[in-house]
Design a protein around this ligand. Structure first.
Ligand SMILES: [Zn+2]
Length: 420
């Protein structure tokens, strides 16, 4: 049957290839990269921000002389920025949107009337949008490669740093590192869960431009993984969802429209051994990190692991992979459909899978390509095959996360307990 399928497809201009089962994979579960501000902490922080704002208004220190709400502007800039030299295609997934259904618990409605949001039994309806680091979130956080930047010009009206930033549970009390900005358009933007010690040195009262550095993405406060919770409030404290949809009549406020589902490949990479992604940056009280086992220079005969990560991947969205020799001929070629993994959901906001190959003894030296075509876009990562294994030095990364929990839903198998 499979042979027939291949024979049929061989005559088509867009050749389809057999699926090669991944060696391992990872999908982001409901509980990952989630958050909930501790109620008392949030109340205290909001109060401080309101007091600072009142003081600044009294002092005439806000650009809007009287500090009154202005007409909201619809040009929010993207609030994250990778550091110079970051060489992957992207670095994030989008987890939860604002919950527009005031009832709780279990009554959820995002701006499209979908369910990419949540609420809690204590009456909390998710009030912001969550952007998480992906893949290898804890390592990216520790390397400080993604900055949080101001989405719009405004005045810092509250900031708090120094809080623990490897939180993975909701303990009811943890404080997040935060920056509150009273935007020049009258809205208040809240940037939450920033990395400890990373906040801007600008004081309360300082004015920032869109794109100005505020801190690094972290997991401080009640947060289950490194992400930015970006929240907007109007002058009366009501939540403003910057995404317009069937269940949110307010206008879209982003300068660049962000689709509800935004299927993209975030990264392609090559490795000496299977990458290990961790769920929490602390295990038994000790800091741990992801262990990607990156390697980009291989010798003939080496084992080659190739790894791809996606955001917003849905069953049926097929990725065409190829590993190409220096002369452009195909060493390997295969298709991947998330549906082949028989997971509990047809859609995940973040996914990653890896495949294992062995380079033959006669593998030609030169620049090879690991290539993927997904949703009409082509992604290429190059690696070298060299007669001398110069890649040995790249193994030096400490293997601290080797025993960390992992969720690897191998083909046809259920993931281990605690995994999605
Ligand atoms: Zn959030």
């Amino acid at each position: 049957m499979r042979w027939m399928l291949i024979a049929l497809c061989a005559g088509m201009s867009l050749a389809a290839f057999a699926q090669t089962a991944p060696a391992g994979g990872y999908v982001v579960g409901d509980a990952e990269f989630a958050d909930a501000p501790s109620p008392q902490w949030r109340e205290r922080t909001d109060r401080r921000a309101a007091r600072n704002l009142a003081n600044l208004q009294r002092a005439g220190a806000l650009p809007s002389a009287l500090g009154l709400a202005q007409t909201p502007v619809n040009d929010l800039q993207w609030p994250l920025r990778p550091v110079p030299g970051f060489d992957q295609f992207d670095y994030h997934g989008t987890k939860y949107f604002v919950d527009h259904d005031p009832r709780y618990p279990g009554f959820i409605q995002d701006y499209t009337c979908g369910t990419r949001t949540y609420d809690l039994a204590n009456g909390y309806n998710h009030a912001g949008t969550d952007y998480y680091l992906w893949p290898f979130a804890w390592l990216m956080m520790d390397e400080g490669v993604v900055q949080v930047v101001a989405a719009a010009p405004g005045t810092i009206i509250e900031k708090d740093d120094g809080n623990f930033d490897r939180q993975c549970t909701f303990d009811g009390v943890s404080a997040a590192n935060i920056v509150y900005i009273r935007q020049d358009d009258g809205l208040t933007a809240i940037y939450m869960h920033l990395r400890k010690g990373s906040l801007t040195t600008l004081p309360v009262g300082a004015h920032v431009a869109a794109g100005d550095y505020l801190g690094l993405v972290g997991s401080s406060g009640q947060s289950t993984g490194p992400h930015l919770h970006f929240e907007l409030r109007d002058a009366n404290g009501a939540v403003v969802d910057p995404r317009h949809g069937q269940c949110n009549a307010a206008p879209d406020r982003w300068a660049v429209f962000q689709p509800y589902e935004d299927p993209h490949i975030d990264t392609l990479s090559t490795h000496s051994a299977e990458p290990d992604q961790i769920v929490c940056g602390v295990v038994n009280g000790a800091n741990v990190d992801d262990v990607p086992n990156y390697k980009s220079i291989f010798a003939p005969g080496d084992t080659l692991w190739v790894f791809a990560s996606w955001r917003d991947q849905r069953n049926g969205e097929v990725t065409n992979f190829a590993i190409l020799r220096p002369d452009g001929s195909a060493f390997a070629q295969w298709d991947f459909d998330l549906a082949s993994q028989n997971l509990s959901s047809p859609f995940y906001s973040g996914t990653a899978f890896d495949w294992k190959y062995v380079l033959p003894a006669g593998a030609p030296v030169g620049t090879w390509q690991f290539k993927a075509v997904f949703e009409g876009q082509t992604y290429v990562r190059t690696f070298a095959v060299s007669a001398i294994d110069a890649g040995a030095a790249q193994h030096a990364r400490t293997q601290v996360g080797a025993n960390a929990t992992r969720c690897r839903p191998l083909s046809g198998q259920k993931p281990p307990p605690g995994c999605p």
